[in-house]
Design a protein around this ligand. Sequence first.
Ligand code: G1P
Ligand code: ZN
Length: 548
Amino acid sequence: MTILLSEIRTVATKPYPDQRPGTSGLRKKTKIFQQPHYLANFVQSIFAALEGFKGKTLVVGGDGRFFNREAIQIVIRMAAANGFGEILVGRGGILSTPAASAVIRAEQAFGGIVLSASHNPGGPEADFGIKYNISNGGPAPEKITEAIFAHSGTIQSYKIIEAPDVDLDRLGETRVGGAIVRIIDPVAVYLALMESLFDFPAIAQIFKDGFTLKFDAMSAVTGPYAKAIFEDALGAAKGSVINGEPLPDFGGHHPDPNLVHARHLLDLAMSDAAPDLCAASDGDGDRNLIIGRGQFVTPSDSLAIIAANAHLAPGYRSGIAGVARSMPTSRAADRVAEKLKIGMYETPTGWKFFGNLLDAGRVTICGEESAGAGSNHVREKDGLWAVLMWLNILAARKTGVKEIVRAHWAEFGRHYYSRHDYEEVASEGAEALIANLRAKLPGLPGQGFGALKVEAADDFAYTDPVDASVSEKQGIRVLFTEGSRIVYRLSGTGTAGATLRVYIERYEPDPAKHELETQEALADLIACAEKIAEISRYTGRDKPSVIT
Ligand code: G1P
Ligand code: ZN
């Protein structure tokens, strides 16, 4: 074992006022994180919010973006100085978010720190982020994130060990102060978990029979995982994984697997050369994109279809306990839960709200409209898990993605669904828009907008059924009499200005009307969304910047 000579130092610092974690950790421009003591302040604030970790294990990894390695060295030295006994770090500083969750659980660690700004671009001019996960492997609940923020506002000093950098690229152990730093294979634990959940032999067989896959790792963290799983373990043709090397700037791209940033996959899937399945994941590996030959699957539909078919995968053979979705996610999954006579939970946006439901065994499958799906195998959403689930379903049903989607709509009805984002608008305007909506709420029920009539409208509040904690102001909902819905909320992950998200949903039970183009099917609701919220007046924009 290498022993690095070391000495604990207490460094004086001053608070930064802007360290409140958002929907998923603290996310800022990289330059902000590179300010003197900025990252260290936040890391010390995390440790200050925790109790009882002396001598315990901390898992550390990131998505490989610019500043990842430097940040990991700081976290290692501070964790050792603060009394952690063991620090597990993914080789090269790499751990996808779901893999970090899996390692925390498998190693019964006290918690973990993931360096990532998820699907936001990386690089010196782009974004960086850090989040803390608790011992169940899931994102820290609000109680902890608020305590971190409170401490960051009063911090006067932090503890760090003065020691040379740990070699992140060599598996093995190094002693840093009183702690052992263990560099681990970032893929092994995760791969074993996937093998325990899915029918690898059946999936390998469809690849042998000529099934074709194109998985775009978007030059982000999932490359090494995807190659090990799809190409090495399952026998998909070499080259099935593209952009498989994690790069500090993600090759200059926006590693968000949606129809804008992964447009080329949609084009491929709609072309004559379409493989059976096109898929992608984001910067830190927790999101997924699923497109069959000639068929994009919306994340909301994917959640519903996974819930209806999960029993086909060995890890879920005995059925699922319940389903949870974030409030803005379409209600397609609700219909499946109703049919299966299992629990259905509607939570605020953000994976952290699923943790209690999963821990209590109330739900097995969770999902969000923002390309997130996952299960009780970890406490994060999981991009490669979703792709494997689809592969398992395709192998078991011996049919194509398009056929499965159409059959699902025929059985349950179709939820036309779209999200319109107004990115980087002025914060004052966005906040005024929401304030105006709130003021309008009591007067909305009963109002008509063309053929649409408002049935109910509220500002979503959630009481956690497990610990009774209450989260208020989680999005404005306008529900119409025939089952349509518009939801408005401001993003909690942006790093510049404000982002207004408008979620639009219409339910169509009649299979004869399932072939409309989504934006056309939603046209009257889209017009109504503008009328109710006066989006152009408050944001100065006459159309959204991103439509998904
Ligand atoms: C967005 C998504 C949300 C997801 C989060 C983290 O948050 O909308 O569903 O959990 O990213 O990936 P938002 O920016 O809307 O607060
Ligand atoms: Zn992510």
